[in-house]
Design a protein around this ligand. Structure first.
Ligand code: GDP
Ligand code: CA
Length: 315
């Protein structure tokens, strides 16, 4: 069994590849919920939706969020009536938010409604939110402390970042379905997908049970660098690194994750960093990590899984 930690777009791209390489009983996705928020009365889980839509093949590959072949009648009617339109919710996308909101209101857990929705989308692999508890990423910036979506969408990531806080993390518990997997003794490796280190992976690791489980691990952790050629392929990861005084390179990401990762997959554009990363005490493979289509996701996933197998069998 491999447990893969994922945020949104980068996580979802690798998830597609991993899901085509490993059967459902040997691969579990644990997804960030730090971006979740309540908006217009709906419970919105952006990263869960991106992973789910991408695995189901109904995601918008251009934006990385929302559904393909979307229409926007609800948004335009809402705008005409003076409603808030800074966070875009497409007509098809809305169906998921409505069902999730209704379920949560009836006392059904986020992990359970996610399981139901994923099944209805035809997804066979477990997609599990890192927690059912409310855990919200807060961004400390030069404009004050902001809720994640206020920073990310409303303000377009323009404020300078000074740090992050994961409100509710201390009390957050992992869903029981994930607890069973974590303690089954069947996990042979964890994969950290190429997701934003600060706002996709750190919130997952801020859940105490996950952090302790990773710390006491007997299995290897393999991560794919989300920084390629000194830049993020999408999103503010590199900007955040610069603002926080970290080097916006694969080496900077390696240093950021430190001992929580044993082995790294970096892009061929960053081959010159291999030795420096090895000097940090990490095993490294260099390959094409830019998942511009499904075939490339599968190719990368195969490399990651065989790396994980090799490391696991050495232990
Ligand atoms: P978000 O929640 O949608 O913002 O997405 P993530 O945190 O999962 O992903 C953002 C990170 O994914 C950025 O640092 C991107 O550079 C990285 N990323 C996106 N696509 C790819 C890819 O094809 N390959 C690699 N290596 N990284 C990617
Ligand atoms: Ca996200």
């Amino acid at each position: 069994m491999i447990v893969a930690l994922a945020g949104g777009v980068g996580g979802a791209r690798l998830a597609v590849g991993l899901a085509s390489v490993l059967p459902p009983q040997r691969l579990t996705f644990v997804v960030n919920t730090g971006d979740d928020f309540e908006h217009l009365g709906f419970a919105i889980s952006p990263d869960l939706d991106t992973v789910m839509y991408t695995l189901a093949g109904v995601g918008n590959a251009v934006t990385g969020w929302g559904r393909a072949q979307e229409t926007w009648n609800f948004m335009s009617a809402l705008g005409q009536l003076g409603g808030e339109t800074w966070f875009r919710l497409g007509d098809r996308d809305l169906a998921v938010h409505v069902l999730r909101t209704l379920a949560l209101r009836r006392g059904i857990s986020l992990s359970e409604i996610t399981r139901v929705l994923a099944t209805r989308f035809g997804i066979k692999h477990p997609v599990i939110p890192m927690t059912d508890s409310p855990l919200r990423t807060r961004v400390r910036t030069d404009c004050g402390e902001l809720a994640f979506q206020d920073y990310f969408v409303r303000r377009g990531c323009r404020p300078r970042v000074q740090g992050f806080r994961f409100a509710g993390s201390r009390k957050a518990r992992v869903p029981s379905v994930l607890q069973r997997i974590m303690h089954s003794g069947e996990v042979r490796a964890a994969v950290i997908c190429p997701s934003n280190p600060y706002v996709s992976i750190a919130p997952i690791l801020s859940v105490p049970e996950i952090r302790h489980w990773m710390k006491r691990r007997t299995f290897p952790v393999i991560a794919v660098s989300p920084i390629v050629g000194g830049a993020a392929l999408k999103g503010p990861a590199a900007k955040m690194m610069r603002e926080l005084g970290a080097e916006p390179t694969a080496l900077g990401v390696v240093r950021h994750h430190g001992s929580s990762v044993d082995a790294w997959v970096i892009d061929q554009q960053d081959a010159k960093l291999q030795h420096a990363i090895e000097r940090e005490g990490k095993l490294v493979i260099v390959t094409d990590t830019v998942m511009s289509d499904r075939g490339k996701s599968v190719q990368l996933a195969k490399r990651v899984v065989s790396f994980a197998r090799a490391l696991a069998s050495e232990r």
